[in-house]
Design a protein around this ligand. Structure first.
Ligand SMILES: Cc1cc2nc3c(=O)[nH]c(=O)nc-3n(C[C@H](O)[C@H](O)[C@H](O)COP(=O)(O)OP(=O)(O)OC[C@H]3O[C@@H](n4cnc5c(N)ncnc54)[C@H](O)[C@@H]3O)c2cc1C
Length: 413
C-alpha cells in the first residue's frame, strides 16, 4: 500500500499552503465583513466579491479543479494525491470554492465527466470546470426517509420527447446561489420496475417553468449563506429527453457513483478542520491560567490532547487507505473503505471541535474562532451524504456476508 503523495502533489501542497498564508487566512475577517455588509444591504444570497477575486488568483496559479482525479479533464492527480490538498482546504470551510473544489459542484462535475453525453458536457460540465456557473444535486425529499434512495417519490413521467417532474425536494445545497444554473434531479421514472431500477436523474436548468426555490433551510439556526440548503417545488417541470443522465432507471447506479468521491472529499476536509481545531485548542491551553496553572498542566487536558491526536491520525490513515483503494481498485471495490471513513471522520471532527470549544470557554462559542462553524459542518456531515447508521449497516452487511456459512478456526463445530 502506497499512501505517499506523488512529488507533484507534494509540490502542489506546498504551493497551496503558501496561497493560504498569502491570501486565504488574511481574508477570513474580510469574508465575514462582506457577508455582513451584503446582509445589511438585503443581498444575503449574493456571491462574495472576495471569493471571485481569489478564484482568479488560484486559477492563475494552477490551483484549480484539483479534486477531479482519474479523469482526462482533471489535473492528473490520484485520490491519495488529492487527500492532503483537500485537508488544507478543510482548514477554512469556504476556501474549497476558491479552487473550484467545493461540494456539491465537485460531485456534479464528477457525474457529468463520467456519465454525461458530449452535448451535456459541452453545455454544463465545461462552464462548471471554468467556475462560471454552479450546480445542485436534488435527491432528498421531505415526505420520505431519503437515506433509503429507493423511497424517493418525485414523479418523473415520460410525455413524448419530454419528462415532466412533479414533487418536492429539500436540503438542496447551493440552490440559493444565483449562479446555480443546473439541478441534477433524482425522480421516480419507472415505479413498477425492480426496486433499484425505478429512479432516473435528469438535468433541469434553473428558471425552467414550474421549478420554484421555496426557501432556504437553517442548519442549527444558521442559513449557510451565500450558498444555502433549500426546499424546492416541481410543478409540471418539463425537460427534453436528452436531459436524462446515463439512462432511464439507472439513477441508483449514478447516485452511488456520485457519492463515493463526494464522501471521501468531505472526510479529507474534515481532517483539516479537526487539525485546525486541535491547534487552536493547544494554543489556548498554553495561554489560559485557571486555578494557578496553565490549562495545559491540568491532567484532564492531557487525556483530551492525546486522544484527539490519536483520533485525527486514525481518521487520516483510514481516509488515505480508502483513497488508495479507490485509485487501485475503483470506487465500487472501495465501498467498505469509503463507508468506514464516512462513519469515522464526522464523529471524530465533532469530538475534537467540541473539546477545542471547551478549552476556549464561552469564547469558543463566539465568532472569535471558526469553531462554531466547524461544529455545524461536522455535525451536518453525520447526516449529509447518508446518516452514520446507513453506512454502518452497509459495512456490517459486507463483513457478515464474508462469514455466512464459513467455518472459522477455533469457532467450535
Ligand atoms: C447541511 C446539509 C446539506 C445537505 N445537502 C443535500 C443536497 O445537496 N442534496 C440532497 O439531496 N440532500 C442533501 N442533504 C440531505 C441529506 O443527504 C439527508 O438528510 C440524509 O440522506 C438523510 O435523509 P433524511 O433526512 O430523509 O433522513 P431519514 O432517511 O428520514 O433518516 C432519519 C434517521 O433514521 C435513521 N436511519 C436511517 N436508516 C437507518 C438504518 N438503516 N438503520 C438504523 N437507523 C437508520 C438515522 O438515524 C437517520 O438519521 C443535506 C443535509 C444537510 C444536513
Amino acid at each position: 500500500m502506497d499512501f505517499e503523495p506523488s512529488p507533484r502533489a507534494r509540490a502542489l501542497r506546498a504551493q497551496l499552503l503558501d496561497f493560504f498564508a498569502r491570501h486565504i487566512h488574511p481574508s477570513e475577517a474580510r469574508y465575514a465583513e462582506e457577508l455582513a455588509a451584503n446582509t445589511r444591504e438585503g443581498r444575503r444570497w449574493t456571491p462574495l466579491a472576495l471569493v471571485e477575486e481569489l478564484k482568479a488568483l488560484a486559477r492563475r496559479e494552477g490551483l484549480w479543479n484539483l479534486f477531479l482525479t482519474g479523469h482526462e479533464q482533471g489535473p492528473g492527480l490520484r485520490c491519495v494525491d488529492y487527500a492532503p490538498l483537500a485537508e488544507v482546504m478543510g482548514r477554512v470551510p469556504w476556501s474549497a470554492e476558491v479552487f473550484n473544489c467545493s461540494a456539491p459542484d465537485s460531485g456534479n462535475m464528477e457525474i457529468l465527466a463520467r456519465y454525461g453525453s458530449e452535448a451535456q458536457k459541452r453545455q454544463w460540465l465545461q462552464p462548471l470546470l471554468e467556475g462560471q456557473i454552479r450546480s445542485a444535486f436534488a435527491m432528498t425529499e421531505p415526505e420520505v426517509a431519503s437515506s433509503d434512495a429507493t423511497n424517493l417519490e418525485l414523479r418523473m413521467r415520460r410525455d413524448g420527447d419530454h419528462y415532466v417532474l412533479d414533487g418536492r425536494k429539500w436540503w438542496v445545497s447551493g440552490a440559493a446561489d444565483p449562479r446555480c444554473a443546473i439541478f441534477l434531479v433524482v425522480g421516480c421514472s419507472n415505479p413498477d420496475g425492480p426496486r433499484h431500477a425505478r429512479h432516473s436523474v435528469v438535468l433541469v436548468p434553473a428558471g425552467t417553468p414550474g421549478l420554484e426555490v421555496v426557501r432556504p433551510l437553517p442548519v442549527l439556526g444558521f442559513d449557510d449563506a451565500p450558498h444555502g440548503h433549500c426546499e424546492l417545488r416541481f410543478d409540471g417541470v418539463r425537460v427534453p429527453r436528452e436531459n436524462l443522465l446515463l439512462g432511464e432507471g439507472r439513477g441508483f447506479e449514478l447516485m452511488q457513483g456520485r457519492l463515493g468521491p463526494g464522501r471521501i472529499h468531505h472526510c479529507m476536509r474534515l481532517i483539516g478542520m479537526a487539525e485546525r481545531a486541535f491547534e487552536l485548542m493547544c494554543q489556548r491551553l498554553h495561554e489560559r491560567v485557571a486555578f494557578g496553572r496553565e490549562l495545559a498542566r491540568h491532567g484532564v487536558w492531557h487525556e483530551r490532547v492525546a486522544q484527539a491526536r490519536c483520533l485525527i491520525d486514525q481518521a487520516r490513515l483510514l481516509t488515505l487507505h480508502a483513497a488508495w483503494k479507490m485509485d487501485v481498485a475503483g470506487n465500487k471495490a472501495a465501498r467498505s473503505e469509503i463507508a468506514m471513513i464516512k462513519i469515522v471522520a464526522p464523529s471524530m471532527a465533532c469530538q475534537v471541535v467540541d473539546w477545542a470549544i471547551q478549552a476556549w470557554g464561552a469564547a469558543g462559542l463566539s465568532e472569535l474562532t471558526p469553531l462554531p462553524q466547524f461544529l455545524l459542518a461536522a455535525r451536518a456531515l453525520r447526516l449529509a451524504d447518508g446518516p452514520d447508521e446507513v453506512h454502518r449497516a452497509q459495512l456490517a452487511r459486507i463483513e457478515l456476508a464474508r462469514f455466512a456459512g464459513a467455518s472459522v478456526p477455533g469457532g467450535g463445530d
